[in-house]
Write a protein that binds this ligand. Structure first.
Ligand code: ABU
Length: 389
């Protein structure tokens, strides 16, 4: 037994010592942008996923017309809440998506669910969990580094546990592993009696946010990677301090993090608002103008406005907006994974020379995310480049 452990530990030591920082051949994690050829992806799992608790910070993100439904079902497994046929279609789409990715030569790995219906308690709050369906929200991959985001919804505080096995494995094989400072999430992180004005046409910033700047908080899905430049969404789940933490953390790699403000009273995650399918093209949401869009134009990028979604607004989007039409994943600069019924965005991709790989996925939309949310690309073939000057 002793020999077995010694041999194992010798092997592990050898592997760890062969690590050379910043070298893609020594890290299984390697992705600098949204468009280099995709090799490996984390796909979330719907297992044990629960309808979220409508805590104030969730109310600040979700449309008011969804509150009654969510309050009625909070903490229940989606499986017991959603129409059985709809739920079955979601599982079928999920299984089929794995086959599509594998058929494209992409390695697919998954987080490990915990029982999200269980209530947990920290010294400052208690809540039950949500899911590990949306790895995009938690894992920020920049080059060879995996950054665990803080997460802002208190109900998602322990989601990091679902990713431990995966992260440890990538780390043992050479990836760099950083966990952003775990927030305290005291009451004072959230403004008292906050109420978002859903009709507001103001650019969202710290004044209109539910979040104070008491401590840095951010969700990974508020960041879009374009090589040396990363664009961050000031939102109801990422405050300026959170974005500043990421900025300072990545500065030594030569990466510049730009904070962007959009017209959106309930912003949560940039990937239904602005998407960069390839160098030189930014797709924006027509309902959510960006204050700093000049950054792209000045650098010679084309800014293309997305069409309205084809899947109707009254489709059961239990948590999100209908802008999941924009929530796509690039297989490479010329091919995109897109929901099969979102014809308008497919036509836009065709116009700009990108072929749509049509994925039936809309039933998966119902629990809060699209193709980009449900995944986190951990490996793409390509290096760090400057696309802005
Ligand atoms: N997690 C993406 C949801 C964003 C939206 O509702 O537009």
């Amino acid at each position: 037994l002793h020999d077995h452990f010694s041999a194992n530990s010798l092997q592990l030591t050898k592997r760890l010592c062969s690590y050379t920082p910043g070298n893609k051949n020594h890290s299984p994690v390697w992705a600098w942008n949204e468009w280099d050829p995709l090799e490996e992806i984390v796909l979330g799992t719907p297992e044990m996923a629960c309808c979220p608790e409508v805590l104030p910070e969730a109310k600040a993100c979700i449309s008011e017309n969804k509150f009654d439904f969510l309050i009625k079902h909070k903490g229940k497994y989606w499986k017991s809440v959603i129409e059985p046929e709809h739920y079955k279609l979601m599982l079928d789409e999920h299984a089929n998506f794995i086959r599509i990715l594998q058929g494209e030569g992409v390695k697919v790995v998954h987080p490990e669910p915990i029982d999200f219906a269980k209530t947990f308690k920290t010294p400052n709050f208690s809540a039950h969990g949500v899911d590990c369906a949306m790895p995009r929200d938690f894992l920020l991959i920049v080059g060879d580094e995996m950054i665990e985001s803080t997460m802002t919804w208190r109900s998602r505080y322990f989601e990091f546990m679902c990713y431990k096995t995966l992260i440890k494995d990538y780390w043992r094989r050479g990836a760099k592993w950083t966990a952003a400072p775990k927030p305290m999430c005291r009451e004072s992180l959230f403004k008292e009696n906050y109420c978002a004005d859903e009709d507001s046409s103001a650019f969202f910033d710290e004044k209109t946010s539910i979040l104070t700047e008491e401590e840095p908080v951010f969700d990974a899905a508020d960041f879009i990677r374009c090589g040396r430049d990363i664009f961050a969404h000031v939102s109801q789940v990422s405050n300026n301090s959170g974005i500043e933490w990421v900025r300072r953390h990545l500065a030594p790699k030569g990466i510049r993090v730009h904070a962007l403000n959009f017209v959106d009273p309930k912003p949560m995650h940039i990937d239904t608002t602005l998407f960069t399918p390839r160098p030189g093209v930014a797709i924006t949401c027509p309902e959510r103008p960006c204050l700093q869009i000049g950054l792209f134009k000045k650098a010679g990028w084309d800014v293309v406005v997305a069409p309205y979604p084809d899947i109707p607004k009254n489709f059961p989007y239990y948590i999100s907006s209908q802008w999941l039409s924009l929530n796509v994943v690039m297989l490479d600069e010329k091919r995109v994974l897109v929901e099969k019924d979102e014809i308008g965005i497919q036509k836009l991709f065709e116009k700009i020379g990108i072929t749509s790989v049509k994925v039936p996925f809309k039933h998966c939309f119902s629990i809060g995310g699209g193709i980009h949310c449900w995944t986190s690309d951990v490996r793409r073939r390509g290096d760090l480049q400057n696309y802005f000057d």
